[in-house]
Ligand binder design. Structure first.
Ligand SMILES: [Fe+2]
Length: 332
């Protein structure tokens, strides 16, 4: 384990008990549209941050954090085989996700046009998508390396009407019987193996980025915008790389992009496999991630994660500039 990159937090039993009691008391509607609930759990989250987080949240969050010992919903529902999720069965999971966002001073949000505007995204293999390598719902196909929402402003970019990309992805595990990992690559590690002239090219505005297919067709950008693929923010590299949605605009940029991709292919990822009662969060901009192919059974027992996006405080202020609709949770 790389302790400077990957942090583990073990919640004590008494905190788990309090999470259990608090979650039992919360109405499911408050969990699904939690704009008020987010404020109500602030004190509890601050207490956990203060007592159990041994790194400075005000400076910079680690690239990867895994929290252990959250309560597990019981009875554990079957892994869904379609998009109909009965979230009433997942109160501990949803409460724990929101609490984790608040512990790390992240603001939960979702993006209009993706996931039916629902704050939580179910990540489970669906049989109809088994050959789809562009969806988290595929299973038997490798899900290629990417960051989420590559066509959005990154940290430090100017934000006008379009909301920024998420800073963190937060995943809770409902079930993961075969320990299927998420493979995470630290961008700084990849780029230090590339010649600086190639990094300069990756930092230049020579890459077309298309909207991922997880967005409704009507919400995708009509024309792909041209961006730098990589930039420096607070002494670290961040990027908008998505293997399926990035295209170089000239041959020099294409050469740099191909070498960047081959360095990722050669690198050893940090493999994080979470189990029920565990939550993982990782930086969506300082890392890229993928998932290896596996063999789902499509019988209710497959790997099942629930995802929540979070943005840091500084990005939250920028949301004022964006078009968004407030439906008791923030959709931007
Ligand atoms: Fe992703």
């Amino acid at each position: 384990m790389r302790t400077n990159i990957e942090k583990h937090i073990y919640l004590p039993y008494e905190v788990k008990e309090r999470i259990t009691k608090n979650a039992q008391k919360v109405d499911i509607h408050a969990l699904l549209k939690p704009i008020d609930l987010i404020d109500r759990i602030k004190n509890f989250a601050d207490e956990i941050s203060h007592n159990y987080i041994n790194f400075n949240l005000e400076e910079t969050l680690p690239e990867i954090v895994i929290l252990h010992n959250f309560p597990i919903d019981f009875p554990l529902p079957n892994t869904p085989m379609d998009h109909n999720i009965d979230y009433k069965q997942l109160k501990f999971c949803l409460y724990s996700l929101l609490l984790t966002a608040k512990i790390f001073k992240l603001f939960p949000l979702t993006y209009h046009g993706e996931n039916d505007d629902c704050l939580y995204r179910s990540v489970a293999p669906l049989e109809y998508a088994k050959d789809d390598n562009q969806s988290a719902h595929g299973g038997s196909r490798y899900f290629p390396v990417h960051m989420d929402l590559p066509d959005r402003p990154l940290l430090g970019d100017e934000v006008k009407r379009i909301a920024p990309a998420p800073d963190y992805s937060i995943f809770s595990c409902i079930r993961n019987p075969n320990n299927i990992p998420t493979d995470i690559y630290i961008l700084d590690d990849i780029l230090k193996t590339l010649d600086s002239s190639l990094v300069d090219i990756l930092c230049s505005k020579r890459f077309k980025i298309t909207t991922p297919s997880s967005f409704d067709v009507s919400s995708r950008k009509k024309e792909p915008c041209v961006y730098p693929l990589v930039k420096k923010y607070n002494e670290k590299f961040i990027c908008r790389y998505d293997e399926l949605n990035c295209f170089a605009v000239d041959s020099e940029a294409e050469h740099a992009l191909n070498l960047f991709k081959s360095k990722i292919d050669q690198a050893n990822p940090i493999r994080i496999s979470i189990n029920p009662g565990e939550i993982m969060l990782f930086s969506n901009q300082k890392t890229v991630h993928s998932r290896a192919s596996f063999s789902p059974n499509y019988d209710g027992t497959d790997r099942w994660l629930i995802r929540l996006y979070g943005i840091v405080n500084s990005s939250q202020k920028l949301l004022k500039n964006c078009l968004y609709r407030n439906k008791k949770h923030v959709v931007v």
